[in-house]
Design a protein around this ligand. Structure first.
Ligand code: HEM
Length: 172
């Protein structure tokens, strides 16, 4: 489905244009769902600049708080009973239009210290994936072991071996 969308919107043998990227709705949904389940930065920290009360808990000035993004992204109360499943369709109406989702998806953080490279990162990965999808099919190698691990950022512990096929050779 995503490959069909890319083939429809992006002309072959040229990098996708800004206009084309704006039309890659399915690819965007797929990337948002990937950022939800496997957000590269799994937690952020904040230090209180003054004493405050959070959810009836008194928090003194200077307290360092960890915000567990990865855990929040799997909260069934927010995301529903299928929170642990990979389901890009949950972003069908777009994250920016759904206020609940735009605040629940915290892969790039939120508020005044939101990731400064958010838009750049999304455009970059859209171009890379769209370009790959135009020419190649890929699937997980049987040797792949699913073990996301946190080493500063979230990474596949044993790498990501893929079986890659050139689509032109496949279709002759
Ligand atoms: C998928 C890719 C990326 C993810 C998931 C990501 C995520 C984040 C997160 C969660 C923060 C907040 C950290 C905190 O408050 O402790 C952050 C901050 C930041 N990011 Fe990114 N980032 C990505 C790519 C990039 C890129 C490509 C750039 C630059 C070109 C960038 C530049 C920054 C900067 C400058 C900040 C600090 C903003 C501030 O504190 O005012 N990021 N990022």
């Amino acid at each position: 489905m995503v490959r069909e969308e890319v083939a429809r919107e992006c002309p072959a043998h040229r990098p996708p244009t800004v206009d084309a990227l704006g039309k890659l709705k399915l690819l965007n949904m797929l990337l948002l769902e990937t950022l939800r389940l496997y957000c590269p930065i799994t937690f952020i920290q904040r230090k209180t600049s003054s004493g405050t009360i959070l959810a009836n808990i008194e928090v003194p000035k200077g307290t360092i708080m960890s915000i567990p993004l990865l855990m929040l992204h799997r909260d069934k109360e927010v995301w529903g009973p299928d929170a642990d499943e990979f389901n890009p369709m949950r972003f069908q109406s777009g994250v920016s239009r759904d206020t609940k989702l735009s605040r629940a998806l915290l892969a790039f953080s939120y508020g005044p210290r939101v990731c400064a490279g958010q838009n750049f990162a999304m455009v970059e990965v859209q171009i890379v994936i769209a370009t790959i999808l135009r020419s190649f099919s890929f699937s997980l190698s049987p040797s792949y072991v699913h073990k996301p691990s946190n080493f500063v950022t979230l990474l596949p512990r044993y790498g990501l071996p893929l079986i890659v096929r050139n689509l032109q050779q496949l279709t002759g």
